[in-house]
Design a protein around this ligand. Structure first.
Ligand SMILES: C[S@@+](CC[C@H](N)C(=O)[O-])C[C@H]1O[C@@H](n2cnc3c(N)ncnc32)[C@H](O)[C@@H]1O
Length: 255
């Protein structure tokens, strides 16, 4: 299956094992299928609000990950593959949910379960609305999110910080001349991690070579975008923040 670098990068950012991974706004479910293939969680949930998409996905999953196989990934079964350490044997089940992400059925899972919620490929405003709804509905739960908005990264970051989420990891990616920021954040204040900076932080550390060139091109592109906004509506404080960030990245300003 042809999968974008962006979705592959999200897949690469998921380490460790989860009880539940929710591939929200999953569309054709490509990311969730990558996760299912490598048994990244006990349950992989596919969530989207378009019924025809979800019906087609359910059929595809039944074909490629049939029920008996979905219960146990044969590649990781020590009875079928003697090279496998029995401790690594994992049960991975999948479920398709045709619903609005605001109604994510987390209450059906245990409080103790380790949860990762992925929302990628939607606009920043919708993404914030979905994260806010989930966090507000489940304030007591420890929830990890991997988020990759299309546009509005400054607004997304500021909103996530206002919601009290903290940063685990972040990265910048360019694909087909588009830039994407990917954020791994968590809603538990007891976890260690820096607060979320509106212009980015961890992703600008120790840049060299290609990565440094990419960062400069991206920050300049964002600044140019905001500078094209008519003067009376131009967000000068945001432009200043990105100019400061560009200065820090290029070493002309000490951070
Ligand atoms: C462009 S696709 C993103 C696919 C994939 N996540 C990616 O990053 O490539 C956006 C999907 O979000 C779904 N969507 C938008 N709003 C939603 C909501 N509130 N609840 C569930 N799905 C939603 C749409 O139906 C669509 O399939």
């Amino acid at each position: 299956m042809k999968i974008s670098q962006r979705l592959q990068q999200i897949n690469n950012m998921i380490s460790g094992h989860y009880d539940h991974i929710w591939d929200c706004c999953c569309d054709h479910g490509l990311l969730g299928m990558l996760l299912l293939e490598r048994s990244a969680a006990r349950h992989v949930h596919f969530v989207d609000c378009v019924p025809s998409l979800m019906q087609a996905l359910e059929l595809r999953l039944q074909r490629f990950f049939p029920a008996d196989v979905s219960g146990l990934n044969p590649h990781l079964d020590p009875h079928l593959n003697p090279d496998i350490d029995p401790n690594l044997c994992r049960h991975t089940q999948w479920q398709v949910h045709c619903l609005d992400v605001v109604a994510l059925p987390l209450a059906q899972t245990s409080d103790k379960d380790k949860q990762l919620i992925i929302i990628a490929g939607v606009g920043g405003e919708l993404l914030v609305e979905l994260v806010r709804a989930i966090v507000v509905k489940h304030p007591e739960r420890r929830l990890e999110f991997i988020l990759c908005p299309v546009h509005h990264n400054y607004y997304v970051r500021r909103s996530l910080a206002q919601l009290g989420l903290i940063l685990q990891a972040e990265m910048l990616l360019e694909e087909n001349q588009r830039f994407y920021e990917i954020l791994h954040v968590i809603n538990n204040r007891n976890d260690d991690g820096p607060s979320i900076s509106p212009t980015g932080s961890l992703m600008w550390e120790d840049l060299r070579g290609e990565e440094l060139a990419l960062a400069k091109r991206y920050l300049q592109k964002v600044i140019n975008h905001y500078q094209r906004i008519p003067e009376d509506k131009r967000p000068h404080s945001i432009i200043n923040a990105y100019q400061h960030q560009l200065g820090c990245v290029t070493g002309t300003i000490l951070s």
